[in-house]
Design a binder for this molecule. Structure first.
Ligand code: TYD
Length: 153
């Protein structure tokens, strides 16, 4: 099973959308294996958004991510990285398809509610960045036979 990182950004936390957004992932059938509230630091965000370091909006983006605590989540599932990205939608909330989280809750390129890892490789790096080993939980759910076919898992 694949694991991926989701961060509910200040735009989610401050607008009172935590439950609403978590429900989207939960009802898809993704298995929550880690969850915590955290105040991110400039140092963590410089690392996390290193691919955007040259952009004019880099500091503004980091400041926006520090505007309130965030909710950091780890989800597990078959093809979890791709599944979570498709539920999340395109980066810019104005362009994201209706039915996606960003398409339904965001009208901004920056204030776009969630972060989701964009590849299996990055998911591994990002999960390590934001979680300690003992903050992951392994447990089974009785729903498994109704989430997946026997030959899928
Ligand atoms: P990026 O990693 O390109 O997108 P995604 O979050 O969909 O993986 O960008 C990271 C964040 O940077 C993005 O969620 C919002 C912000 N951002 C802007 O504010 N303006 C921009 O033009 C871009 C590309 C991103």
């Amino acid at each position: 099973m694949e694991k991926t990182l989701v961060i509910l950004k200040p735009s989610c936390v401050m607008r009172g959308l935590i439950g609403e957004v978590l429900t989207r992932f939960e009802r898809k059938g993704l298995h929550l294996i880690g969850l915590k509230m955290a105040q991110l630091t400039d140092e963590q965000l410089s690392e996390h958004y290193a691919h955007l370091a040259g952009k004019p909006f880099f500091q503004m983006l980091k400041d926006a991510m520090m505007a309130s605590p965030v909710i950091v989540c780890a989800f597990e599932g078959l093809d979890a990285v791709e599944v979570v990205r498709s539920i999340t939608g395109a980066t810019n909330g104005r362009k994201a398809a209706a039915g996606t989280i960003r398409g339904d809750f965001s009208i901004s390129g920056q204030e776009n509610i969630v972060h989701a890892s964009d590849s299996v490789e990055n998911a591994k790096i990002e999960l390590k960045r934001f979680f300690k080993d003992d903050e992951f939980f392994e447990y089974s759910t009785p729903m498994m036979p109704f989430l997946y076919a026997g030959d899928e898992v």
